[in-house]
Design a protein around this ligand. Structure first.
Ligand code: TYM
Length: 332
């Protein structure tokens, strides 16, 4: 049956506490998405790097509670945990048979993470290489049209598109070809201590990362200590003044303004930082309050996830069965 709104799917992996980058780059777009979107705590992806089982479990629950606290409404969307729906791994294998080794080795995140693992003497898990294929399966299993993500995931969504087109060409039309949707500002929120690197939840540079559950005083301290530059005035230029541009992006995302215009209103960084801190504290206040209520009622969150997984299974099963048949397998 044809749908009159775009099917939206996106996910977040429980590898660390959720950050302001996740919120402004992705989660806010999810909350604003049309009804019937699917949002997933992609726990299998958290196993691609060294992990502590108890921590992954805890962070998965916390991510679900934070997504609800951020405004996802289980009456209007489907929220679930990836490992509760077998269709993701079932489809991933067919896509591994569609992808090439070379195209996966070209993924920027794979190159960065393997370089980091090798310097610290860690083994690189094979799943780190195949991870974007599982991500493609997450997306394609639901006939997704739009994937709201931050800038760092654009390449993975491009790969998903390539795999969908290739599969359709080889085996007949099976998958909808999805597209990434990025927010107008804050698609790449940078680390406050190193504004040339992304604010990433799996990094350990605490002072440069604002977490959704940080206390207001902590948020203010981190913003006030953000690294900027010694140039005069405040100008929006991502290339030459990345610290200032990051603060202006964050302010624009929180207040709905335009970063270049906002820059005109400031002579120095003190006032800008104060306004950024206030705007971020305000945006996170409601999330923290709602999260505290949800954390006190874990059974309610579990109920949402159970119902979500059931609904997701029902949607993914026919799509994945169709792919099994198209590729030449006997469907029982
Ligand atoms: P993850 O868990 O790293 O991040 C979740 C979402 O947050 C966005 N994001 C940011 N946006 C702006 N600035 C930042 N500093 C920042 N940091 C993170 C990410 O772009 C992402 O949208 N591979 C994905 C998870 C995934 C997925 C999927 C996403 C698995 N399957 C299917 C979409 C569809 C990831 O690691 O996101």
């Amino acid at each position: 049956m044809a749908r009159d709104t775009a099917r939206v799917f996106s996910g977040i992996k429980p590898t660390g506490h959720m950050t302001l980058g996740n919120y402004l780059g992705a989660v806010r777009q999810w909350v604003a998405a049309p009804d019937d979107g699917l949002f997933c705590v992609v726990d299998l992806h958290a196993l691609t790097v060294e992990h502590d089982p108890a921590r992954v479990r805890r962070l998965s629950r916390q991510a679900a509670a934070l997504l609800l606290a951020s405004g996802l409404d289980p009456e209007r969307c489907t929220l679930f945990v990836q490992s509760h729906v077998d269709e993701h791994t079932r489809l991933a294998y067919l896509l591994e048979c569609t992808a090439s080794d070379g195209e996966l080795r070209r993924m920027v995140q794979y190159k960065e993470k393997t370089a980091r693992a090798r310097t610290s003497g860690e083994q690189v898990r094979l799943s780190l290489l195949t991870y974007p294929v599982l991500m493609a399966a997450d997306i394609l299993a639901y006939g997704t049209d739009e994937v709201p993500v931050g800038e760092d995931q654009r390449q993975h969504v491009e790969l998903t598109r390539d795999l969908a087109v290739r599969f359709n060409q080889r085996y007949g039309h099976t998958f909808t070809v999805p597209r990434a949707t990025l927010p107008a500002v804050a698609a790449r929120v940078m680390n406050l201590q190193d504004p040339t690197s992304k604010m990433g939840k799996s990094d350990d540079s605490g002072p440069g990362i604002v977490y959704l559950l940080d206390e207001p005083e902590t948020v203010t301290r981190k913003v006030m200590r953000a690294v900027t530059d010694n140039e005069g005035g405040v100008v929006y230029d991502r290339a030459t003044r990345p610290g200032a541009a990051n603060l202006l992006d964050i302010l624009a995302a929180c207040t709905g303004g335009d970063p270049e215009r906002l820059a005109e209103g400031y002579d120095g960084y003190g006032a800008l930082k104060r306004d950024v801190a206030e705007a971020v504290v305000e945006v996170l206040r409601l999330v923290r309050e709602r999260h505290a209520e949800l954390a006190a009622d874990p059974a309610a969150v579990e109920g949402v996830l159970r119902a979500g997984a059931e609904r997701a299974r029902g949607l993914a099963r026919p799509v994945v069965d169709r792919a099994y048949e198209a590729i030449g397998l006997l469907v029982p």
